[in-house]
Design a protein around this ligand. Structure first.
Ligand code: PMP
Length: 405
């Protein structure tokens, strides 16, 4: 279905802004998405009507705030088709979710010499936590190479799996190349060898329907702020039996059953992993963001973004000397590129002065940059509220900059 972009854009107040006197063209959606009014209003509503610390209070406001937080957990459960809301852990974001698993999993289930497998296209958030564990527990990690088109091959992954492999942790969609990895096949292959899989869905959960039960993945993580929700909230999904086997990540209030100076027993799932006051305002607003996505329809979102990706790719490739990194057939709405002779920072800065927000740099994927043989790139990433007319503005901007150089 074609989306009525004009009506949709009216839901996002920031999009009607001007930057340096030019209409804002926001193409930095892979870094964070803009927020619809319903989400912004929900934050105001919680603080204006039910704000109180949750779970511990007997008073009315505390009960309402608790209900609101727990309702949001159920909304997330429904969105990713988890079998129980006990499998939904609120964190601060994808990064914290991966750190939680890296710490709790390696501490309890790995010994020196055991191996974790990642891929060359991972974000730093799915590299550095494993390196920290390498220092603490002596695990090693192996890296699946990418092909010319920026994809992984199952046979390369299979070659790396050994009796020492304890976990495969990979991104569903690359934040640089756009590549959508065949995660269902990866899970099947991994499970045939009794290896659990963690999926980084930071760049997919806002674009593609995810059914964790159909996928059968063991862990899946994502951030609210990349899916039209507020900052500071993220999700760790884990199969209940997997989460049961893991020790807590942080200690403090809420995650305990009983505390004495001699011994502490831990709360049950999901609270065992939620030490301290959670961001119940953020979680409630994330629930609202999910309802917004569901109202528009993920299939419609996917269709619109795919159209924008195709159009932008075609138009960009017409520019002399422009090279796109990542040409996978299955690709999310992310295009990283360089124009010969123009430093990406210059490109980003000059586009900014035309009101166009793109990202430049290593995109928190320095090892991938090394593999690609570059230091940085320009990245334009789209959301369903973007338009082909905005892509025309980007193309005209790049052409103008090319002429200047
Ligand atoms: N993984 C991927 C693939 C990402 O794109 C990002 C955000 N750029 C992250 C992890 C980290 O997300 P956050 O900063 O929200 O924790």
């Amino acid at each position: 279905m074609f989306l009525d972009t004009e009506t949709i854009r009216a839901d996002f107040p920031i999009l009607s802004q001007k930057v340096y006197g030019k209409p804002l063209v926001y193409f930095d959606n892979a870094a964070t998405t803009q927020k619809p009014l319903s989400v912004i209003r929900k934050i105001e509503e919680v603080y204006s009507t039910i704000n109180a610390n949750i779970h511990r209070g007997v008073h009315r406001l505390s009960q309402l705030a608790t209900e609101s937080h727990e309702e949001a957990r159920k909304t997330v459960q429904r969105y990713i088709h988890a079998s129980s809301s006990n499998e939904i852990i609120f964190t601060r974001g994808t990064t914290e979710s991966i750190n939680l698993i890296a710490s709790s999993f390696c501490r309890s289930q790995c010994k020196a010499g055991d191996e974790i497998i990642i891929t060359e296209m991972e974000h730093h958030a799915n590299i550095v936590p494993w390196q920290i564990q390498q220092d603490i527990t002596g695990i090693a990690f192996k890296v699946v190479p990418i092909t010319e088109t920026g994809e992984i091959r199952l046979e390369d992954l299979e070659k790396l799996i050994s009796p020492k492999t304890k976990l495969i942790a990979l991104t569903h969609a690359s934040n640089v190349l756009g590549t959508i990895n065949p995660i269902a096949d990866v899970v099947r292959l991994a499970h045939s060898q009794d290896v659990p899989v963690l999926i980084d869905a930071a760049q997919s959960v806002q674009h593609i329907p995810i059914d964790v039960q159909a996928l059968d993945c063991d862990f899946l993580v994502f951030s609210s702020h990349k899916m039209y929700g507020p900052t500071g909230v993220g999700i760790l999904y884990g199969k209940e039996n997997r989460l049961e086997q893991l020790p807590p990540y942080q200690g403090g209030g809420e995650m305990i059953a009983n505390v004495t100076f001699e011994k502490t027993t831990y709360n049950e799932l999901p609270f065992k992993f939620e030490a301290g006051t959670p961001d119940y305002v953020g979680s409630t607003a994330l629930g609202e963001a999910i309802r917004y996505i569901e109202k528009i329809g993920l299939e419609n979102i996917y269709f619109q973004e795919e159209k924008l990706l195709q159009y932008a790719t075609e138009r960009l490739l017409q520019i002399d000397g422009l090279r796109i990194f990542g040409t996978s057939k299955q690709k999310g709405p992310v295009i990283s590129f360089l124009v010969k002779g123009i430093h990406p920072y210059d490109m980003g800065m000059l586009l900014d002065h035309l009101g166009i927000a793109v990202r430049t740099g290593h995109h928190c994927a320095q090892p991938l940059m090394n593999v690609l043989g570059i230091e940085s790139a320009v990245r334009a990433s789209f959301a369903f509220y973007n338009t082909e007319a905005e892509i025309d503005i980007l193309i005209a901007g790049i052409e103008r900059i090319v002429k200047m150089f």
